[in-house]
Design a protein around this ligand. Sequence first.
Ligand SMILES: Nc1ncnc2c1ncn2[C@@H]1O[C@H](COP(=O)(O)OP(=O)(O)OP(=O)(O)O)[C@@H](O)[C@H]1O
Ligand SMILES: N[C@@H](CCO)C(=O)O
Length: 291
Amino acid sequence: MLTISVPATSANLGPGFDSIGLALDLQLTLTVLGPSQTWQVDHPYGPHVPSDARNLMIKTALSLVPNLQPQHVQVTSDIPLARGLGSSSTAIVAGLVLANELAKAPFTKQELLLKATELEGHPDNVAPAILGGLVVATYDHDQVQAVSLPAPDLYASVYVPNEELLTSASREALPSDLPFKQAIAGSSVGNTLVAALATQNWPVALQLVEQDQFHEQYRAKLVPALATIRQTAHDLGLVGTYLSGAGPTVVTLGQKADLERLQQQLKLNTSLTGQYQLLPVDATGINVHKS
Ligand SMILES: Nc1ncnc2c1ncn2[C@@H]1O[C@H](COP(=O)(O)OP(=O)(O)OP(=O)(O)O)[C@@H](O)[C@H]1O
Ligand SMILES: N[C@@H](CCO)C(=O)O
């Protein structure tokens, strides 16, 4: 039996738009039950997600290795769809790993990363989904350069609103151009954030996570919870809140006890009705198990 696990990811960390991502310990698990006449995907997502060869995981697998023998696969997942926790990247990565394993692993991790980035369009979710931990990556439509940083010894307070927000809709809120001065200011924050993350300077990193100039201000109207959670955290003396991926999930990074206090406060004193999770970092990335 072949089992493939891929973690959820939280992209951007504020100013690392399209280039920084963190793997979190929520998993999608795909189990191959055996060969079948046609592709069959048992999944928990309901009728609007295809259960045959049109499923994103299977389409992705066939785009890598077109002549695969159809299989019956079972998918379980704790990762909500279209909420900013990298569900589409997880599905893409699971599909590529499925194809690679069924074809006796002709592709390297770096080749899978390039293919996953081509399909997703940017590497900030797929790179940590594959490699685990904290990854900084860039893609020039030809190559992907991904650099893993030490996995932070932090937790993520994850607030998941009840409503979906598709990445495509959230990207439509972004401007097509950025004034030069704003781009310079934004990149100086991003560069310093990477230096702080690389040296595990959490006080600086958590402050800079909140100083994005590239996307959050344009998306804020789509995600009112961002301002509410950031303000509630500030009232408790905590920084490190950002819009996870394209949203609407809001993540706050920090120490476990501080984040427990934050969640308690949010539940007691705000009208937010979504779901809360407190997650450690996933340091593993893709995990393949054969039995
Ligand atoms: N396991 C899966 N099987 C099939 N389709 C999936 C699966 N996971 C995600 N998808 C597809 O991907 C869509 C969500 O992708 P989208 O990029 O909008 O959000 P996300 O990846 O969850 O968030 P973000 O990229 O901001 O972290 C779903 O609506 C669904 O069509
Ligand atoms: N960097 C991407 C992540 C979601 O795919 C965004 O913010 O749109």
